[in-house]
Design a protein around this ligand. Structure first.
Ligand SMILES: C[S@@+](CC[C@H](N)C(=O)[O-])C[C@H]1O[C@@H](n2cnc3c(N)ncnc32)[C@H](O)[C@@H]1O
Length: 226
């Protein structure tokens, strides 16, 4: 998948907190947002006193190009959601207006932070990350793995998770576990978990206090066997 053919999305720090069931302990270490896109997580985490960085091939395009493209992408994403409203659950946001506001604010925070602190945004694509072994405490991956199983197969997922685990001292958390569009569960999840187990990684599926895409309320956590 090239980053050019995916709409940029701007999930907020609040959405990340819920999608990944983040608590104060989680926010105390260095966090990598992998496939960060235009998410406001890094910017808003810094404002809240946490240390975070993001990786995405998209960042190679530079702040000016991304800032120009983002409003259009957010409009298209919102229109796609409106056109498929029955595929979404609105309780967490309360209203479509609140959802839109959060995404716009997160997008603005991303653009401002990318301009001010470009070093926090690594132009890099899985399954390769330009980071040392065990250099971050927590890796978060939102709406990339599993979401795009039409484009990425089981072996790519294995390599991507192994790479995120390599750079991580703690846990890798991946959300959601269903495909974009039809929200179907990923057919190879059990086989993938067996592959990861064979590499000494322990996977767990955990429910989280967030659901927007109907049926998407679980994350995969991956840690090292003690
Ligand atoms: C749907 S967006 C999700 C963005 C953000 N995590 C969020 O939740 O709002 C998927 C992101 O994955 C990025 N991406 C595509 N291929 C990637 C790869 N090989 N490694 C890392 N990120 C990739 C895309 O550029 C895009 O920004």
């Amino acid at each position: 998948m090239s980053s050019a053919d995916v709409l940029m999305t701007s999930r907020s720090f609040a959405e990340y907190r819920a999608m990944f069931a983040l608590d104060d302990h989680d926010l105390g270490g260095v966090i990598l947002d992998c496939g960060g896109g235009a998410s406001g997580f890094v910017a808003e985490a810094a404002a809240a006193g946490a240390r975070a960085l993001a990786a995405d091939p998209l960042y190679a395009r530079g702040a000016a190009v991304l800032a120009e493209r983002l409003p259009l992408d957010l409009e298209q994403a919102a229109a796609m959601i409106t056109a498929n409203a029955d595929r979404f659950v609105w309780e967490w946001y309360g209203s479509a207006r609140r959802h839109r506001e959060m995404r716009l604010n997160a997008g603005s925070a991303f653009v401002a932070d990318l301009r001010r602190r470009p070093g926090s945004y690594l132009a890099a694509g899985l399954p390769y990350l330009p980071l040392a072994d065990r250099s971050v405490d927590l890796v978060l991956c939102s709406h990339l793995l599993f979401t795009w199983t039409g484009r990425f197969g089981q072996e790519w997922h294995r390599a991507a998770i192994a790479e995120m685990s390599r750079v991580c001292r703690g846990e890798v958390r991946i959300f959601p576990l269903v495909r974009m569009g039809d929200a179907e569960p990923v057919a190879f999840l059990d086989a993938l978990r067996a592959d990861l187990r064979a590499e000494g990684l322990v996977c767990e599926v955990r429910e989280v206090p967030y659901e927007f895409q109907r049926g998407a309320n679980r994350m995969l956590t991956v840690g090292r066997r003690p």
